[in-house]
Design a protein. Structure first.
Length: 434
C-alpha cells in the first residue's frame, strides 16, 4: 500500500461514526481507512491532531455569476469556489436559469461555460424552470416528469401573486425602505405555498424539496407531510438561523444588506428552525449564496425596495455557523452536523457515496476541521468578492484548517493553494436511484 497523502492523528467523523483513524489517499480517491496505515513512501503526511477528519461540505443552493435586476451576482465560479473552499465546502450545486424561449439544455450549457476553467472544486447544476406555460400546470407537469425519470424538484415556495398585491399597496403608501421587502412577504405566503407544493408533489407521485425554508409556519407543513410518510424534504440557510427582522434596525439604507427572499423573520423562528434541523424535519443547510455588493449593486434600490438586488453572501461560513450553533450550542452531535452539511445533500442530490462520506472509493474531498478554533466573521477578512458580511461580528467556534478536493490541497494553513479550472463537473445520479 502506497499513498499520495496520509492523514493521521485525527478523529474521523461521518454522519454515523466517530473514531480515531487514518485516511490514505491514492490519486483522487480515498484508498484506505484504518487504525494505523503504513507511511513508507507516502507523498504527503497531514497531521490532523485535535481535529476532525470529515467529508467535504456540499452546498446545494448557490447563485454564482447570475444576472439579476440589471446587475450580476458578485462572485463568479472562481471567487465563489475559493470562498466556499475556505469554509470547507468542496462541491456546489448552482442554479442554471432557463430564460423565456430557451430549452433547459441551453440553460445548462450556459452555466457549464461559466464554470469552465474557473472552479477550484467540483460542481453540478439544477435548472430553474421559467418557461413551461401556466404556473400550476407547469409545476404539476414538471413534478410528473420528475416522478417518471427520478428527478427531484426544488421548490421556491411563496405565494407570489398575493405578495405582488401587498407590495403594490406598500409602494402606494410611500413605504420604500429596505425593511418593507421583508414586511410585504408574510410567513403565511411561504406556508401556503409550501403546503401547495407538497400537495402537487403528492398528486404527481413525486418527491419534493423545499429550498430556503425560513419560518416555523412552513416548517409545520413539512413536518405534517413527513409524518404522513411523504418524501418531502427541506433546507434552511444560516441567515434564517442567525439573523432576524431586528437586523433592519440600522440607519439609512443599510438594511438592504439583508434583502433576500424569503426575507428575515421574527427572532423566535430561529429556535424552531434549529429544532427542525435536530429532529430531521429539515435535512440540509445550504446557503442560497447570491452576493451583491452594497455599493453600486444594492444601491440600485436606494429609493425603492423592489429594485434592490435580492440575495446575500454566505457561501464561506456555512460549516462554521452550523457547527457553532448546532454542536457547541448543544443542539445536535458532530455526526448530525456532517449529515446536514455534506451527507444528506449528497444522498438527496445523487452524489452519494462518491461525495458526502469518507469511505474507500469515495472522492478524497476532505476537510480537516478544528472544532475549537475561533474567529469573528468580518468582511475585512472574508474571501467572497463582496463589500459586506451578513454575519459581521458573529463569533464562530469550529473552522476548517486544511481542505482537499479530490486529493489535492485547496486550502492549507489559511492559504489558498488550489488552481482555477481544477474543479470538475460532477454528473449526478437520479433521486433514490430511480
Ligand atoms: Zn436561491
Amino acid at each position: 500500500m502506497r499513498f499520495d497523502t496520509l492523514i493521521r492523528n485525527g478523529i474521523i467523523v461521518t454522519a454515523t461514526d466517530m473514531y480515531a483513524g487514518e485516511v490514505g489517499i491514492a490519486g483522487d480517491k480515498v484508498s484506505a481507512i484504518g487504525a494505523h496505515l503504513p507511511s513508507e513512501n507516502t507523498g504527503r503526511i497531514i497531521d490532523a491532531a485535535a481535529c476532525y477528519i470529515m467529508p467535504g461540505g456540499i452546498d446545494v443552493h448557490t447563485h454564482l455569476d447570475m444576472p439579476f435586476g440589471g446587475t450580476t451576482s458578485a462572485d463568479d465560479f472562481e471567487s465563489g469556489t475559493i470562498a466556499a473552499a475556505f469554509g470547507g465546502t468542496t462541491t456546489l450545486i448552482d442554479f442554471a436559469i432557463q430564460y423565456k424561449g430557451q430549452s433547459l439544455r441551453q440553460a445548462f450549457e450556459t452555466w457549464m461555460k461559466k464554470a469552465e476553467g474557473k472552479a477550484v472544486a467540483d460542481y453540478a447544476f439544477h435548472c430553474i424552470i421559467t418557461d413551461l406555460g401556466a404556473a400550476h400546470a407547469t409545476i404539476f407537469r414538471a413534478m410528473s416528469q420528475a416522478a417518471k425519470h427520478g428527478g427531484l424538484i426544488c421548490m421556491h415556495a411563496e405565494n407570489g401573486g398575493a405578495i405582488d398585491v401587498i407590495v403594490q399597496r406598500a409602494l402606494a403608501e410611500g413605504k420604500r425602505a429596505p425593511k418593507y421587502h421583508a414586511l410585504t412577504r408574510p410567513t403565511t405566503a411561504e406556508a401556503e405555498a409550501t403546503a401547495r407544493a407538497i400537495a402537487l408533489a403528492e398528486m404527481a407521485g413525486a418527491p419534493v424539496y423545499i429550498v430556503h425554508l425560513s419560518c416555523n409556519d412552513a416548517l409545520e407543513k413539512v413536518r405534517e407531510a413527513r409524518d404522513r410518510g411523504l418524501p418531502a424534504y427541506a433546507e434552511t440557510c444560516p441567515q434564517y438561523l442567525y439573523l432576524s427582522l431586528e437586523n433592519f434596525d440600522v440607519p439609512g439604507f443599510e438594511g438592504a444588506k439583508y434583502v433576500f427572499t424569503p426575507p428575515l423573520r421574527e427572532k423566535w423562528h430561529q429556535e424552531k428552525l434549529w429544532q427542525g434541523l435536530a429532529q430531521d424535519t429539515l435535512q440540509v443547510v445550504s446557503t442560497d449564496h447570491c452576493p451583491f455588493c452594497f455599493k453600486e449593486q444594492k444601491e440600485l434600490g436606494k429609493d425603492d425596495f423592489t429594485k434592490i438586488p435580492n440575495g446575500g453572501p454566505g457561501i464561506e461560513h456555512r460549516l462554521s455557523l452550523v457547527y457553532t450553533g448546532g454542536v457547541h450550542g448543544k443542539r445536535f452531535s458532530p455526526n448530525r452536523f456532517v449529515e446536514l452539511v455534506s451527507t444528506a445533500p449528497a444522498k438527496l442530490f445523487g452524489l452519494y457515496p462518491r461525495k458526502g462520506t469518507l469511505a474507500v472509493g469515495s472522492d478524497a474531498d476532505i476537510v480537516i476541521f478544528d472544532p475549537n478554533r475561533e474567529d469573528v466573521i468580518s468582511a475585512k477578512t472574508h474571501h467572497m468578492r463582496v463589500d459586506y458580511s451578513m454575519f459581521e461580528g458573529i463569533h464562530i467556534k469550529g473552522m476548517p484548517k486544511t481542505v482537499l478536493s479530490r486529493g489535492r490541497p485547496v486550502i492549507d494553513a489559511g492559504k489558498f493553494v488550489g488552481r482555477p479550472g481544477a474543479g470538475q463537473f460532477v454528473r449526478r445520479h437520479t433521486y433514490a436511484g430511480v
